[in-house]
Unconditional design. Structure first.
Length: 341
């Protein structure tokens, strides 16, 4: 077996420390910067030079456009709230790193994600990492074939610990800030990005559910269920986006309690550390990238799953990711939140 391992190297603190830990463990590390048609590889190149590891740039721009950006644009324009990072990992990032590894004579790949890959029930499974930086949610759609080849050197570490270790070793990226936005929409303005692609939608009415018009919106593509900021509607209480009506082009606003629910429906399920369920079971479910997990009873429903939460929570937006965890932190399943049947 080759001792060489390819590390997805962005030049940030996480991937830099991941590469360093592998090198310190005696591995022959080769850094790869994936060219998605965004940004420059120079920080990654500098990190590789400081670490004393090989470095290459591999083109993944066409795959990212067709498998991530186009589906994201179509879904967001249709009123869904997709999670492009969770889609990118299993469809573009990790497969591209594997192709790079094969070209460079390596058998395994690594990234700086905060999660762990461990064996359970005879197969590699994803497990939650410690701290509130856990990224198992963003990796939950990665299947066992990719997990079998993936190493996560930051498993068990928290972000402050990573920064401290990077500073101790004098890494260039020790003080680099975290990236917060979607990589291909660095300003976070999804609406403007869609409009630049010629995919904007016409303005329409904000309504209150009784037929009363509360104001005008700038197009469905600029709003998502649960949104409060940027509505431009004056009201005695805070208003939130409760529903997007694609047929009429109107947006239903209401108070926060209108968003509360104790049920959700999941489609396109990928099973992880358990076999497909034949009956109900209990677990914790994460419906956003935030750390909170909610106790739920999960039941098979057709080709998907029905979730009944122990107490009401803010309704997950259709298109978002829902991930189930067992008490040990293993990912049991992941799927897409569907509109209520």
């Amino acid at each position: 077996m080759s001792n060489r391992i390819v590390v997805g190297l962005s030049g940030g603190v996480d991937s830099s420390l991941a590469a360093l830990r592998l090198r310190e463990a005696g591995r022959e590390v080769w850094g790869v910067w994936l060219d998605l048609g965004i940004g420059s590889p120079e920080k990654a190149r500098a990190a590789a030079a400081q670490l004393g590891v090989g470095f290459s740039v591999f083109d993944a721009a066409a795959a990212h456009e067709s498998l991530v950006r186009v589906p994201f644009a179509e879904a967001y324009r249709s009123g869904l709230t997709p999670n492009p990072c969770a889609v990118c990992n299993p469809t573009v990032k990790l497969p591209s790193l594997l192709r790079a590894a094969e070209a460079l004579g390596a058998e395994r790949i690594a990234t700086g994600h905060y999660a762990a890959v461990e064996q359970k029930n005879g197969r590699p499974c994803l497990r939650r990492s410690g701290g509130d930086k856990d990224q198992s949610y963003m990796l939950a759609l990665v299947g066992p074939e990719l997990l079998e080849r993936l190493e996560l050197p930051l498993a068990g570490l928290t972000k402050p610990e990573v920064r401290a270790l990077a500073a101790e070793r004098g890494l260039l990226a020790a003080g680099a800030g975290d990236s917060q936005d979607i990589c291909f929409i660095p300003g976070g303005d999804y609406g403007a990005w869609l409009e630049a692609r010629g995919m904007g939608l016409p303005p329409g009415d904000f309504t209150d559910g009784t037929g009363r018009v509360l104001g005008r919106h700038r197009g469905l593509h600029r709003y998502t269920v649960g949104q409060r900021r940027g509505l431009g509607v004056s009201a005695p209480t805070r208003l939130y986006v409760c529903a997007l009506d694609r047929d009429s082009g109107s947006i239903l606003l209401g108070p926060e309690e209108k968003l509360l629910t104790d049920t959700a429906y999941i489609k396109d399920v990928l099973w992880g550390a358990m076999a497909p369920a034949a009956g109900p079971f209990s677990c914790e479910v994460k419906t956003r990238s935030r750390p909170t997990r909610y106790p739920a009873e999960v039941s098979p429903l057709g080709a998907g799953l029905a979730l009944r939460f122990a107490s009401p929570l803010r309704r997950p937006a259709p298109g978002q990711l829902a991930v189930g965890y067992d008490p040990e932190g293993f990912v049991l399943f992941a799927g897409t939140v569907a509109e209520e049947p």
